[in-house]
Design a binder for this molecule. Structure first.
Ligand code: UDP
Length: 346
């Protein structure tokens, strides 16, 4: 059988670029689509360098534009599609909800319509643990009920899951679907050639940590020290981005090999290990021999105390388990920050 082709929308972004690398390493042909609204070519150039492939088809298109998406489906026989193309800043989504609903829903509806028009496709949606909201029963399994979304961003993740599920159920679309619910994706590629490129002041913990360590930020504020957790700081499930990318390869393999047990499946992608903010700080310092300037501040509005995955379904069904240690991850995050600093000096 010939090589299978995977379309990765948002493939020049943080997670999309890592997934593109792992798909190519696993022997897939990859077509990348990205409108570059939240990234530059750094990561895509990194993908080419890491894989040694300079011929990856790249479409600078907006997935909300049906004609543009048609162009890709007309030019390539797409066996599977992974949809990352979406806005992702939680805070911004609260301030500009319509921007988020319009873009994140429209781009997904558009690619699904085009895929259905071309006889269907295996569609993997990039979802998030945010769909679970605040939950008492930990770790969360895929059966844990979704809670009302805490932000428009979270609402778009829930809605896109529903849109995919309905499209799968509808007769004649030929669409099979999978949603991967990521916990906290962190770290960078071990080559230090691709990683997260936050715009402006980072909201997420790890970029804030690395930018503080390199001196771009003065001090990390740990949001809250009085949570009911062992050290008083919040607990999360930090999943290394390379491990996360490998989960996508396993998921795509399951879809294209016809191994799905249902036409719509959901998997948690996490380590199953809760880690506190203070543990992150200590792990970063230890892994890199760097001292981090931090202080405790008030809780951040909207933060939940603790959430971590039960990843056993993905472990069992996808044959995938997170491999990288927190130390590996913290090293990769720091090396990426150093790489960015070196680029800026040029
Ligand atoms: N956090 C922090 N300081 C920061 C950024 C984040 O203490 O500058 C904490 C935040 O309160 C949460 C954890 O780090 O407990 C992870 O936050 P992040 O924004 O990375 O992801 P979230 O879990 O909120 O999606």
């Amino acid at each position: 059988m010939g090589k299978k082709t995977v379309l990765v929308t948002g493939g020049a972004g943080y997670i999309g670029s890592h997934v593109t690398v792992e798909l190519i390493n696993a022997g897939y042909d990859v077509v990348v689509a990205d409108n570059m609204s939240n990234c530059d070519l750094t990561c895509f150039e990194g993908v080419k360098e890491v894989t040694g492939r300079t011929d990856i088809p790249f479409y600078r298109i907006d997935c909300c534009n049906q004609e543009s998406v048609e162009t890709i489906f007309n030019a390539h026989a797409i066996d599977a599609l992974i949809h990352f193309a979406a806005y992702k800043a939680v805070g911004e989504s609260v301030e500009q909800p319509l921007k988020y609903f319009r873009n994140n829903l429209d781009s997904f509806i558009t690619v699904l319509s085009v895929a259905a028009g071309h006889g269907g496709c295996n569609v993997l949606f990039s979802s998030s643990a945010t769909v679970y909201g605040e939950t008492d029963r930990l770790p969360v399994t895929e059966e844990s009920p979704r809670q009302p979304a805490m932000s428009p961003y979270g609402a778009t993740k829930q809605m896109c899951e529903d849109i995919l599920e309905s499209s799968v159920k509808a007769a004649g679309t030929g669409i099979k679907g999978m949603a991967l619910r990521y916990f906290n994706p962190v770290g960078a590629h071990p080559s230090a050639l691709l990683g997260e490129l936050p715009r402006g002041v980072p909201n997420n913990l790890i970029p804030y940590v690395t930018q503080t360590a390199i001196g771009k930020r003065e001090c990390l504020t740990i949001f809250g020290d009085d949570y009911p957790t062992p050290d008083g700081t919040c607990l999360r499930d930090y999943i290394d981005v390379v491990d996360l990318a490998k989960a996508h390869v396993a998921a795509v393999g399951r879809m294209v090999d016809g191994k799905m047990k249902k036409d719509y499946e959901i998997f948690n992608v996490g380590t199953g290990r809760p880690v506190s903010v203070l543990e992150i700080v200590r792990a970063f310092e230890k892994a890199n021999g760097v001292k981090l300037n931090y202080r405790f501040g008030p809780r951040r509005a909207g933060d939940i105390t603790a959430i971590w995955a039960d990843p056993s379904l993905a472990n069992r069904e996808l044959g995938w388990t997170a491999q990288r240690t927190l130390e590996d991850t913290m090293k990769s995050a720091w090396e990426w920050e150093l790489h960015l600093a070196a680029l800026n000096k040029k």
